[in-house]
Design a protein around this ligand. Structure first.
Ligand SMILES: [Mg+2]
Length: 183
């Protein structure tokens, strides 16, 4: 049965924090401007706040699952302190060619595949037709489309005006996305 709740499904690197490639240390986190305001407003409007992130750095043995969780716990606490907590984090540690050992596989969770989105939709009773997803890479919006998430936005901080591209939106800032969401 289809869920009823609205979800805001966020990529992490490039959406929550500035993407520095394989971020794994708290001291390297720089939050994206406007992300706290957006999440606080979405949370107040009843959205479930979900992170879905490819983390092949785990599979590549650049950092461990424990380090990932330590970082996400810290990021989660920052969001709580800013008035809008993250409800769930889904991550894919695999890579089809660069993963080490059990991490080398052609999994169903690595975006652009929709595995993490489908799991979030099922576990959080989300209605994909009323949900939004924000990414900074074509893989993010394609995964959202494959899971039926109706509202998909690619953030492009180079300042491009809001426009549509192959079924998803492109927007220059979190403030603009917040406005698009009516929050
Ligand atoms: Mg990203």
């Amino acid at each position: 049965m289809m869920g009823e709740r609205r979800g805001l499904i966020l990529d992490r690197d490039g959406v929550i924090n500035i993407d520095i490639n394989f971020l794994h240390r708290i001291e390297d986190v720089v939050f994206v401007e406007g992300i706290f305001d957006l999440v606080r407003a979405a949370k107040a409007a009843g959205y479930a706040i979900v992170v879905a992130t490819n983390q092949s750095g785990i599979g590549r043995d650049m950092y461990s699952e424990a380090q990932f969780h330590t970082l996400m716990d810290w990021i989660g606490a920052e969001f709580v302190a800013q008035g809008g907590g993250i409800d769930a984090v889904y991550f894919c540690p695999h890579h089809p060619t660069e993963g080490q050992g059990e991490y080398r596989r052609d999994c169903a969770c690595r975006k652009p595949k929709p595995g993490m989105f489908l799991q979030a939709i099922a576990e959080w009773d989300l209605d994909p037709a009323q949900s939004w997803t924000i990414g900074d890479n074509w893989r993010d919006v394609d995964a959202g489309a494959a899971a039926g998430v109706a509202n998909r936005v690619l953030i492009d901080p180079t300042g491009t005006p809001v426009h549509q591209d192959r079924g998803h939106w492109v927007a220059p800032s979190m403030a603009e996305i917040q406005r698009m969401m009516g929050l």
